[in-house]
Design a protein around this ligand. Sequence first.
Ligand code: GLA
Length: 380
Amino acid sequence: MIEEIRDQYKAQFKGEPTLIKAPGRINLIGEHTDYNNGFVMPASVDKAMYFAIGINEEQEDIQIQALNYGTMITLNGEGDLPSWAKYFKAIVELLKERGVEVKGVNCVFGGDIPIGAGLSSSAALCCGFIYGVSNLMDLNIPRTEIALIAQAAEHKIGVNCGLMDPYAVLFGKKNQVFRLDCQDLSVEYFPLVLEDHSLVLINSKIEHELEGTPYNDRRNSCESVVKIIASKYPDVKSLRDVNMKMLLEFENEIDALDIRRVKYILEENDRVLQMMEVLKAGKLEEAGQILLRGHEGMSKEYDISLPEIDLLVELAKKEESVLGGRMMGGGFGGCTINLIENKNKAETLKNIKSQYQKSTGILPEVYDVKPGEGLQIISL
Ligand code: GLA
């Protein structure tokens, strides 16, 4: 794929581009905990967004071509922009706010991260472009800062997301997952040893697009609960500072729905810590159980699943070779992540796919995923 992108660049623009690989991400456990200053456990994967980016010596325009869509745009030109271009536009504006005027840049990008599947193609897109511009213009923007700019770009577009996705894209390591503490942004890596098991994503093919979904409502619910609790406990700055006992003290003041949602967040934070322990100890059966409990919480307490996704988890649960699974990412569609024994894996996936198709009329896609290296410059 990267060769194609490089060739496309060279066919249209002068000079030798810099080539960048910005991977997608998985998350083992810890959903919706990032914007609550909690814990998450992501990894970057080998599906990626690739960029060929270089300087345009002759013009001040920013020309970008999306290989997957076959469209070329001039960012500072006239006319409506396709929806993918809004990320580039937001980034250029954010850099300008930081005193950097981006001019005269050519870029071709494309990749194999399934769009709308919950692998964070948008974070890969944002991080790849910011890194590319920083590299071209010798800005040396640190990765921690790139993550903040990528997050701000999503916020500009309307998704009030946390920092998990850009961190996963930027800080992933081969064969490792990491526990990110979204309170102090510290990272602890550890090897993902699955013995004779694999992580498999099953794509429901219901595209998740967080913009305009109740994603932001969930964040608002959490923040409103923090405000109520902080009125009595001023040290409480986020749900990270709240425990179950404290929450239940406010049972009469907080809406039952919000109590349930916050309960999910508190439990999910615990699940990340438990998952770290069981994975380090090689207790894969228990890891599977944690995934299933995570899904229960997302479906019944946090209300971010869909009947089709619940079905995928139920079908997986019935299979002997599946240790556990859950919806992955922001919710309302996308993939489930499953821990499956390699023996009988093909048969197991065949069963799940055919039964899902029978009930929904949709043929799901499956992808084996392994933690890969985070964002990097590549040479051919
Ligand atoms: C999306 C957001 C992340 C995170 C997840 C849910 O991917 O971009 O910040 O909140 O949803 O865990």
